[in-house]
Design a protein around this ligand. Structure first.
Ligand SMILES: Cc1cc2nc3c(=O)[nH]c(=O)nc-3n(C[C@H](O)[C@H](O)[C@H](O)COP(=O)(O)OP(=O)(O)OC[C@H]3O[C@@H](n4cnc5c(N)ncnc54)[C@H](O)[C@@H]3O)c2cc1C
Length: 272
């Protein structure tokens, strides 16, 4: 059956803003550099995540504190308690939500230094975390002729979720940059998946690893959609290549900085 343009239109969904206090119920290392944290709590009852690239704001307890300071949802966004320092917060992907079990799963990349990574490195059952959102979802239809998923380690949770959710037989290529082969993961998918793993081999030219791998990737005929997320400069370069040299229509690519070398807590949509 042919897809119509309406079938291939992305849909934006808004969700009521809510902040939840949750507790760690499981900690599982997936690789030496990626740890899976399962969170539970009564607050999850009405949690919604409609798309694989949704993001939640994770709030961490201040040093020496048990629980994070959490804002409440005001008419114009979060309202923080007066007289208390703002909590450290970072963006993460709801990797899986199981309403029946009341469990929310987040996969944390362990990198050199940063409050979120440091917390995940030593996380244990019973610890508290705060979670805000998702505030909305950008739902990309599944019915494209092909999908191209591009990312680094921070994008593995979203890409894994997308691959789990795509219907059997969907044509997908995934181009993934991880630090070394020990950081690779297995994907559970019924899609028809072609995977390219790449590793940075030159510390002075880190932006080009992913770009070089994408350059070698063949884009099939038909209606496709590209999703890309990871380090800011690397994803900018990839998007630029796809839109200018490969002729990918700007409406058929969603690209985002999930982090930026030398900066903290960066989230930028790349659409210029
Ligand atoms: C929408 C969205 C979804 C995301 N989903 C996930 C997810 O599911 N899992 C996940 O692990 N991350 C995810 N990220 C990325 C994560 O938010 C960032 O990596 C974040 O900066 C980590 O916080 P931190 O406190 O560890 O480091 P920060 O305090 O933010 O940064 C400290 C230093 O570490 C560097 N840095 C930050 N992240 C990395 C990294 N991954 N590798 C190497 N250096 C880094 C910074 O440039 C800075 O120099 C997501 C980001 C966005 C915007």
């Amino acid at each position: 059956m042919l897809n119509t343009s309406a079938d291939l239109a992305v849909v934006r969904v808004r969700h009521p803003l809510k902040f939840r206090l949750l507790q760690v119920s499981r900690v599982e290392p997936l690789t030496p550099h990626l740890v899976r944290i399962t969170l539970t709590g009564a607050d999850l009852r009405d949690f919604i995540s409609a798309s694989f690239d949704d993001h939640i704001k994770v709030f961490f307890p201040a040093p020496g504190e048990d629980k994070p300071v959490l804002p409440v949802a005001g008419p114009d966004g979060p309202v923080f308690p007066e007289g208390q320092p703002r909590p450290v917060a970072r963006d993460y992907t709801p990797r899986r939500f199981d309403r029946e079990a009341g469990e929310l799963v987040i996969d944390f990349v362990i990198h050199a230094v940063g409050p979120a990574s440091d917390w995940a490195r030593t996380a244990h059952v019973g610890q508290y975390l705060g979670v805000g959102g998702p505030r909305g979802s950008f739902v990309i239809p599944q019915g494209f002729d092909w999908h191209l998923l591009i990312g680094d380690e921070t994008a593995l949770p979203a890409i894994s979720r997308r691959l789990e959710e795509l219907p059997a037989g969907t044509r997908v290529a995934a181009v993934l940059e991880v630090r070394d082969p020990s950081a690779r993961i297995e994907f559970a998918t019924q899609a028809d998946l072609y995977t390219v793993w790449c590793y940075p081999d030159d510390a002075d030219d880190r932006e080009s690893t992913l770009l070089d791998a994408v350059r070698e990737t063949f884009l099939p005929e038909g209606e496709g959609y590209v999703w890309a997320a990871g380090e800011s400069a690397a994803i900018r370069a990839v998007r630029q290549h796809l839109t200018t040299e490969c002729g990918v229509d700007r409406s058929r690519i969603r690209a985002a900085s999930y982090w930026k070398r030398g900066a903290v807590a960066v989230h930028e949509a790349i659409d210029d």
